[in-house]
Design a protein around this ligand. Structure first.
Ligand code: ADP
Ligand code: MG
Length: 319
């Protein structure tokens, strides 16, 4: 099967129909008609075999994940997904693989209403690059630089499950059989918080998605905002699976350092706490207050109010 046949069969004419796509796949460029008074939000993420995924990762999961890791970036800006391009580099044309990949890819594309408008297909070591474009009302985007002293720090969902799922796949951790699939699913099928991000537009002072791990990602916010923070480690939202499968201290490490949860970390001023409750309940997303922004530039961790030193021994860092 030739490149253009592959595109026609598995990528062209699939996904949601959008009125703002004037010309989609098939010409030298796509033509799009952006809405007035909206900003374009653009993000790009690459997944490389052996660096970001194992060779045996199911193609369907990979197709889904290649897209949702990008949607998570749009979510963190409060943007609504609109269009995307896909650059596929494959060592050979394995039609069954491409079919499964496209299934997972369009499962996410259909659900989040994002149209595939172009891409590139090349031969080489397996890697997948997705570039997404979203729309956000002028001046309404969430950024990393707006956190202020006194703002409350929140996170959606639960933390650490994806990293534990990855360790299960690596074979470095053994967990109770009833949790195995669910934890692996959190690694293969993360949920980008697209609606939650849009609901936070007028409420949050800053936001970021947790892709590298809570500690690493909150530091980006603190640096960009020029402030410090206190995190109460006992308040971190942990799933039942994580709590039941590893020790308390290991669970804390997964939640603080584990990557790829794709939850949103955001700050909210005291005055918006009530509105936040309403907005995220409407979006149907669980969220938890885990600390507060402070003056200075230091990140302090506490456990039940006492200074907390992470012990984290016998465990390698994720990524
Ligand atoms: P060109 O040589 O002009 O770049 P290509 O032959 O690479 O054109 O691509 C033909 C059309 O197919 C273009 O519209 C391009 O955007 C689209 N396309 C190529 N690869 C992909 C892909 N993996 N996914 C979606 N569209 C693709
Ligand atoms: Mg091309």
């Amino acid at each position: 099967m030739k490149e253009f046949q592959l595109i026609e069969q598995y990528f062209q004419g699939r996904g949601p129909l959008r009125k703002d796509v004037v010309l989609g796949i098939g010409d030298d460029c796509a033509l799009l008609k952006p809405a007035e008074r909206k900003f374009l939000a653009i993000a790009c993420d690459t997944l490389v075999e052996n660096t970001h995924f194992f060779p045996d990762m199911p193609a369907q999961a990979l197709g889904y994940k290649a897209l949702v890791v990008n949607l998570s970036d749009l979510a963190a800006m409060g943007a609504e997904p609109a269009w995307m391009t896909l650059a596929l580099t494959l060592p050979e044309v394995d039609e069954a693989w491409v079919r499964d990949f496209s299934e997972g890819f369009f499962e996410a594309a259909d659900y989040y209403g994002i149209a595939l408008v172009g891409g590139d297909t090349t031969c080489g070591p397996k890697s997948i690059t997705v570039t997404v474009q979203g729309l956000v009302p002028e001046g309404a985007a969430l950024t990393r630089h707006g956190a202020k002293n006194g703002d409350w720090i929140y996170v959606t969902g639960t933390l650490g499950d994806s990293a534990l799922g990855l360790d299960i796949l690596r074979g470095t951790v053994d967990v109770r059989p009833e949790y195995r699939q669910a934890l692996i699913a959190r690694h293969y099928h993360p949920t980008p918080r697209v609606l939650a991000g849009q609901s936070l537009r007028k409420l949050a002072s800053s936001a970021i998605d947790v892709s590298d791990g809570l500690l690493s990602d909150i530091r980006h916010v603190l640096k960009a905002s020029g402030c410090g923070a206190m995190i109460e480690v006992s308040d971190l939202p942990l799933s039942q699976g994580l709590k039941d499968c590893v020790s308390e201290e290991q669970a804390r490490q997964y939640a603080l350092c584990g990557g790829e949860d794709y939850e949103l970390l955001f700050t909210v001023p005291e005055s918006q706490k009530g509105a936040l409750q309403t907005a995220l309940n409407q979006a149907g997303v669980r969220f938890t207050c885990i600390g507060q922004i402070s003056a200075g530039t230091q990140l302090k961790l506490k456990l039940h109010g006492e200074p907390y030193e992470a012990t984290f021994t016998g465990f390698e860092h994720f990524k």
